[in-house]
Design a protein. Structure first.
Length: 320
């Protein structure tokens, strides 16, 4: 247990205190689900004396009730040191239990609202942000770039030969590859350690990153490296030995397809000057085509200015 809300003299230090279930009166209430009235804590062996040591106060009497929803204890409401000679009464206990019931309903409703919100902005398969939320974030970043001179990079990640893999191994194993890709991206972004990075799965085998331009080189290089390191584990050993699989492409043509790689397109708003989602998306699609022409996993940065042509795009990881 931890103190979410603590009110009263010397209450602030309680925010740092942690109590295990079964420890002290609050822990006992949380563990048993029973309310308790203690007129004199010095005579109750359940009282946790460390609380007074933290607050530098003396706790004389306590009333505590569980905040329960169905059979689950969500927390504990506890009052100490009743003013007046009579101490806490059964009426006080009844009022506190009624308050706890309403609090439990409010907390559970808030959790449901939060869960519904999460479902509307996250992808079921990868648990990353979905296309709807990423469009909102992209609009927000474009506004920031125009309003405050803030620059960001749109990083578009596409898996190579994913459809042939799906056709041979099935959608369940294909979903495993998508979840693996999400973990690789999330781990790389986390290591980069920037709070303004956004990551999402826009559908199919396409992912998007929004991050500061100074991180693109490191992040894209690591994505390619880690993806190439992990993806062979999702193939059968004989296919790894052959370097690929026999399957069918999007046009229905049967052929040999190498082990999957990732093609990454990077569009930097500071270079291209894009001011609309459609413009950024169009540039990313063009640069992705350039990345797909390169062998294995590779990333390409759009080096074109606002009025440039597609032929001006250049590979950022080694080519001028």
């Amino acid at each position: 247990l931890y103190f979410e809300i603590a009110i009263g003299k010397n209450a602030k230090p309680l925010k740092e205190l942690r109590i295990k279930k079964g420890q002290g009166l609050a822990g006992w209430v949380a563990e048993t689900g029973k309310a308790v009235v203690v007129p004199d804590t010095s005579k109750d062996e359940r009282w946790y004396k460390d609380v007074d040591e933290v607050t530098k106060a003396e706790t004389r009497s306590v009333v505590a009730v569980p905040v329960r929803f169905r059979d689950q204890c969500l927390g504990v409401i506890e009052l100490i040191n009743c003013v007046g000679p009579g101490g806490f009464s059964s009426r006080d206990l009844g009022l506190l239990e009624a308050l706890a019931d309403y609090a439990a309903i409010a907390i559970e409703n808030a959790r449901h609202v939060q869960k519904i919100h999460e479902l509307t902005i996250t992808d079921d398969c990868t648990c990353l942000y979905n296309a709807r939320h990423l469009n909102f974030m992209l609009e927000t970043e474009i506004y920031r770039s125009q309003r405050y001179g803030y620059e960001f990079s749109l990083v578009f990640i596409d898996l190579d030969h994913f459809k042939p893999y799906n056709d041979k191994y099935g959608f369940n194993r294909g979903d495993e590859v998508l979840r693996m890709t999400a973990r690789v991206l999330a781990n790389v972004v986390r290591r980069a350690g920037h709070p303004d990075a956004w990551l999402g799965h826009v559908g199919g085998d396409d992912f998007i990153l929004l991050l500061p331009p100074e991180l693109t080189s490191r992040v894209c290089t690591e994505i390619c490296e880690y993806f190439d390191l992990v993806v062979p584990d999702f193939y059968d050993p004989e296919d790894v030995a052959r370097g690929g699989i026999e399957s069918v492409d999007r046009q229905g043509n049967r052929g040999f397809f190498p082990v999957m790689g990732c093609s990454i397109a990077v569009v930097d708003t500071g270079i291209c000057g894009a001011t609309h989602i459609a413009e950024l998306s169009a540039r990313a699609a063009e640069v992705k085509k350039a990345a797909k022409k390169l062998p294995g996993s590779a990333w390409v940065m759009d080096r074109r200015g606002p009025a440039s042509t597609p032929s001006d795009a250049g590979r950022a990881n080694g080519c001028p």
